[in-house]
Design a protein around this ligand. Structure first.
Ligand code: ACO
Length: 373
């Protein structure tokens, strides 16, 4: 393989965006100029989605209008209801979401339109529908109907209600809401880039989101949070350091560590670590939190790597009672707000995304008839 300094498009500026910005050396993340540390714990996911999709933190009146749009938009057409049971039987969660979002597009009132107004409405609908799709999928595979979402509750509260079947405690809702805020957007990450590449052909919003979901699914991206939990579950609490070293000796990656852009602590991990500690202690068994802390120390000592957003998200979701195979779908519930905002932004000032490639194959080949090869 030729030595390509931009392999994986490292350090390549692939788009301009006013949505989010990262300072990888300082470990800072901004949504539309607001430091994530200002937003986390103070701004709801709904306000954050409005900030990304509409452009401003909403006033109370704007939030009420946007909230009403979300409540109205979460109603799903008949195709999802008719097929979700069979999909739940045959597909893993992220595969199912890819299929379900595609199915939902057939019932979208704005299907066929790529206007800015239609895309804003689709963005709100997709943001409202994604948690409902996860809940419907989960209910279908566990043999029931999800609890009806309560129009008075936030997306975070309704999601916990629907997934766990219990009315969540106030602090659990606050923590989960903060998780959704922390995952909402992240510059030109792989799934957002996939969405923008698709949108830049002037394809539609739902197609771009399907591309993004398929991209988020991979373990090097959003799929890492599930793998973090699987790793913790596979290790003896007393054998964390040895297990990490064994994996590194075998050349394996430790899921939830490392990042293309951050050269120091991921600012989202700072919040997630603290929330994991709080929930672990409150649960009366903080073993997974303590194991995570030890893993963090060992990986840093051995490789100089910091935890990324997926590492402590895993134990936070675990303590909140979310099944492990729904961790990446949870990521998609949040990132939907950013993906859709990026599609709107791409369409507002579009140019086809079509990079070049470096040819490294054979040359001067001579064609021969099939029987002479
Ligand atoms: N465990 C062990 N070693 C690692 C890890 C890790 N988690 N991450 C990077 N490294 C090592 C690589 O083996 C490589 O070492 P080498 O130079 O000796 O070969 C070096 O660090 C550079 O790693 P790359 O994979 O080339 O770095 P890149 O910037 O391409 O990848 C990525 C970033 C994909 C996040 C990587 O760190 C990784 O695979 N981490 C584990 C998966 C993960 O947690 N993904 C979630 C990322 S956050 C998100 O997408 C939401």
């Amino acid at each position: 393989m030729a030595d390509n300094p931009t392999k994986g498009l490292a350090d390549v500026v692939a788009a301009s965006t006013a949505l989010s910005d990262i300072d990888g050396r300082a470990g800072r993340l901004f949504y539309r100029g607001y430091d994530i540390h200002e937003l986390a714990g103070r701004t709801s996911f709904e306000e954050t989605a409005h900030l990304l999709q509409v452009g401003t933190l909403p006033t109370r009146a704007q939030l009420a209008a946007y909230g009403a749009e979300l409540v109205q938009g979460r109603t799903l057409g008949g195709l999802v209801a008719a097929n979700v049971a069979e999909i739940a039987e045959k597909q893993a969660p992220m595969e199912a979401l890819r299929t379900l979002v595609s199915l939902a597009s057939a019932d979208d009132p704005d299907k066929g339109s790529n206007s800015a107004e239609a895309n804003h409405r689709k963005a709100a609908r997709l943001t409202a529908q994604q948690p409902i799709l996860v809940a419907r999928y989960h209910a279908a595979r566990t043999g029931g109907e999800p609890r009806e979402p309560d129009p008075e509750l936030s997306i975070a509260a309704n999601f916990l209600l629907q997934i766990t079947g219990r009315v969540p405690e106030r602090r659990a809702v606050e923590i989960f809401d903060t998780c959704l805020v922390l995952h909402a957007d992240h510059t030109m990450n792989a799934s957002t880039f996939a969405a923008r590449v698709c949108a830049a052909t002037l394809s539609d919003m739902h197609s771009a989101i399907v591309a993004a979901i398929g991209t988020l699914k991979g373990p090097l991206h959003g799929g890492a949070n599930e793998q973090v939990m699987r790793t913790l579950e596979s290790i003896e609490p007393s054998g964390v350091a040895q297990a990490v070293r064994d994996r590194l000796v075998r050349g394996e990656k430790i899921m939830g560590f490392g990042h293309r852009v951050y050269k120091t602590e991921d600012p989202r991990a700072t919040h997630l670590r603290e929330m994991s500690r709080e929930l672990g202690e409150a649960s009366g068994d903080d073993t997974y939190y303590r194991m995570s802390k030890e893993m963090e120390e060992v990986v840093f000592a051995e490789k100089g790597l910091y935890p990324n957003v997926d590492f402590y998200a895993a134990t936070v979701y675990h303590y909140l009672g979310i099944p492990t195979d729904l961790f990446t779908p949870v990521f998609s519930v949040s990132r939907m707000s950013g993906w859709t905002a990026h599609v709107i932004e791409q369409h507002a000032d579009n140019r086809l995304i079509r990079p070049d490639s470096e040819y490294i194959g054979q040359s001067a080949q001579k064609w021969t008839p099939i029987d002479e090869r």
